[in-house]
Design a protein around this ligand. Structure first.
Ligand code: IPE
Ligand code: IPE
Ligand code: MG
Length: 242
């Protein structure tokens, strides 16, 4: 185990808002898209770090429902880039025992060629059990809640039947546990519509590195901070048993 990390208190589910690709590129006078390309290494290294730690669920924010507002060249690049990333990396991830899944709106704007690649990565890796890598793609926390409410209404639930568990059960991946730890890179202190329902009690860690510079060591540091936190869920600090 990694020095300073308690193996008994490793978070089960870690989320990453992979931010700062554009600024990383701009500091070298490169086009923003070079930053997205450089983020691939960071993602792979983070997956290896999660495997080193025995984390079971890793969810990464790859494209938001608001990212369509970007210039069309950048949006097109991101669609092609993510399709390419899945094609390039799915065998390596499969060999590592990673199960690839997606959350987000599939039936809205995503090109068919990207959907095909997503389906094939999911199908190839569906039996894997070491780590579930969920890519939030064309994902928005509000859109997810809207989609859940639409389903619930369509299924004819009565108001008194709707509760937390019903809403959780209608999210994109109902079996995904809530994240214990969410890391955002690039020195921005906001959520930007990531997993709004699920992160009610997540621990948040903000790091200054731009995403392309993020490596497993930064993940380890974030886990150490997480392990120093006291999670109370609205209650009081756990008492030591006598
Ligand atoms: C994150 O990096 C990647 C995506 C949102 C797709 P950005 O592209 O947001 O980079 P900055 O935040 O503008 O530097
Ligand atoms: C969040 O980053 C979305 C992803 C990392 C995919 P953004 O760069 O889109 O968020 P804002 O615009 O800074 O809030
Ligand atoms: Mg950004």
């Amino acid at each position: 185990m990694i020095e300073g990390i308690d193996p008994a208190k490793v978070p089960r589910h870690v989320g990453c808002v992979m931010d700062g690709n554009g600024r990383w590129a701009e500091q070298f006078g490169l086009p923003r898209t070079e930053g997205h390309a450089a983020g691939e290494q960071a993602l792979l290294d983070t997956v290896y770090g999660a495997l080193d730690l025995g984390i079971s669920w890793l969810t990464v924010y790859a494209f938001s429902t608001e990212n369509w507002r970007r210039p069309s060249d950048e949006v097109r690049f991101l669609m092609n880039f993510n399709r390419g990333l899945l094609r390039r990396r799915r065998d390596e991830l499969n060999d590592l025992g990673v199960r690839i899944r997606f959350i987000g709106r599939r039936n809205w704007r995503v090109p068919r060629s990207v959907l095909r690649e997503m389906d094939s990565a999911e199908a190839l890796t569906k039996e894997n059990t070491t780590l579930t890598l969920t890519m939030a793609f064309n994902y928005g926390g509000r859109a997810e809640i809207v989609d859940a409410v639409r389903d619930i209404v369509a299924q004819g639930y009565r108001p008194s039947q709707v509760n937390d568990s019903v809403i959780s059960a209608h999210l994109y991946q109902p079996e995904m546990p809530d994240p214990d730890l969410v890391i955002r890179t690039s020195g921005e202190y906001r959520i930007s519509n990531f997993l709004l329902w699920q992160l009610a009690y997540s621990e948040l860690v903000f790091v200054d590195e731009y995403w392309p510079d993020f490596r497993r060591e930064h993940l380890f540091e974030a886990v150490k901070l997480y392990q120093g936190r006291s999670r109370r869920y609205g209650g009081v600090k756990e008492q030591r048993s006598r």
